[in-house]
Design a protein around this ligand. Structure first.
Ligand code: HEC
Ligand code: HEC
Ligand code: HEC
Ligand code: HEC
Ligand code: HEC
Length: 196
């Protein structure tokens, strides 16, 4: 019995349960390392909703064809991209991050607060295939929210680590003390903030 409980405890805590670090097959071998690292394309160029809406969004193949109509336009690796574009059918990308419907998350709220993508997604610019680095459990959300409530100034400071410093000014910490204090949200740990 004890062993069973211990096993369950480990199961709950292990990345297996939260599908962390599990590479996911995709219809096209899209590589963030080339596009972000080598070519220096901004995250927002493709994930246009991240600073203005709840959903970051995944780009349509018209965005890909903006470049791949000209470069690597005969590459077999881009066959599915061309097919999708000319048939006007979105690529069936598989989701890497997906919360249950009963949990509400808003990208714009977090990104505008100065939290960079890497705070929650890790170094996507170094990933051949996107992996989930954070568990995305309720506990994970609450840990950060509690720390933020206790000291609103600690959280955005974390966004200065990693590649954000190299990204556009948007990701540099441009949040002032005044702004943080004025807009401090007191409901970050109430159930209805995330379960609406
Ligand atoms: C701003 C230009 C640009 C956009 C937009 C773009 N790419 Fe690329 N892509 C490149 C460049 C440049 C390369 C060459 C790879 C390198 O940097 O080594 C490349 C390489 C690739 C390759 C490898 C091709 C090969 O034969 O090795 C794939 C697959 C790919 N891109 C998929 C996509 C998809 C899918 C999208 C849309 C979501 C996209 N790209 C959007 C510029 C772009
Ligand atoms: C050229 C377009 C392009 C750029 C630039 C780009 N991405 Fe992506 N991103 C994609 C595409 C296409 C997918 C879907 C396929 C996949 O998961 O690899 C994706 C998937 C993702 C996912 C996983 C989505 C899911 O299903 O949960 C995350 C997280 C992500 N990108 C973050 C970033 C971050 C952070 C940056 C900047 C460092 C960035 N992306 C730059 C095109 C892009
Ligand atoms: C505070 C944590 C956090 C930050 C910061 C964050 N994300 Fe996310 N991201 C998430 C969560 C949680 C999900 C899953 C959302 C869902 O399923 O409703 C997600 C999902 C995504 C997806 C999948 C498609 C979608 O719209 O849900 C993409 C793409 C993505 N994020 C890109 C980005 C980019 C690019 C940035 C930086 C501009 C960023 N994220 C910043 C937590 C974050
Ligand atoms: C790394 C820190 C961090 C993580 C992780 C995080 N958040 Fe947040 N969250 C914040 C900050 C900072 C704010 C903005 C507080 C403010 O504006 O005063 C915020 C605000 C929110 C709000 C808006 C609250 C309101 O009343 O307006 C919701 C909803 C929310 N987060 C949901 C989530 C969910 C769901 C998750 C997990 C999937 C999550 N957050 C993960 C830092 C985080
Ligand atoms: C900061 C956001 C946030 C707050 C605040 C929050 N939750 Fe959650 N909750 C989540 C997320 C995220 C999940 C996991 C969703 C998933 O599995 O995709 C979750 C999951 C749950 C579950 C399903 C079981 C589980 O643990 O996965 C229950 C029940 C729940 N929450 C109840 C509550 C109650 C009751 C409160 C208030 C005391 C609360 N939540 C406050 C974000 C939040």
């Amino acid at each position: 019995m004890l062993a069973l409980l211990a096993g369950l405890f480990l199961y709950v805590r292990s990345p297996w349960n939260t599908a962390q670090a599990q590479p996911i097959d995709q219809p096209v071998e899209f590589d963030h390392r080339h596009h972000v690292g080598d070519d220096g394309i901004d995250c927002i160029y493709c994930h246009t909703g991240a600073e203005t809406s709840p959903h970051a969004g995944v780009p349509g193949t018209d965005v890909c064809m903006g470049c791949h109509g000209q470069i690597w336009s005969n590459s077999p690796l881009l066959e599915n991209v061309r097919r999708s574009y000319f048939a006007n059918q979105p690529l069936p990308w598989n989701r890497v991050h997906a919360l249950a419907d009963f949990a509400y998350f808003d990208h714009a709220v977090h990104v505008r607060r100065g939290l960079g993508c890497s705070a929650c997604h890790g170094r996507v610019d170094q990933m051949a295939r996107v992996e989930k680095v954070a568990p995305l459990t309720m506990q994970w959300c609450l840990d950060c929210h509690r720390a933020f409530e206790a000291n609103p100034l600690t959280i955005p400071a974390r966004a200065t680590d990693g590649y954000e410093a190299l990204q556009s000014a948007l990701y540099e910490v441009n949040v002032t003390d005044e702004l943080l204090r004025a807009g401090a949200v007191s409901s970050l740990t109430t159930c209805t903030a995330c379960h609406r």
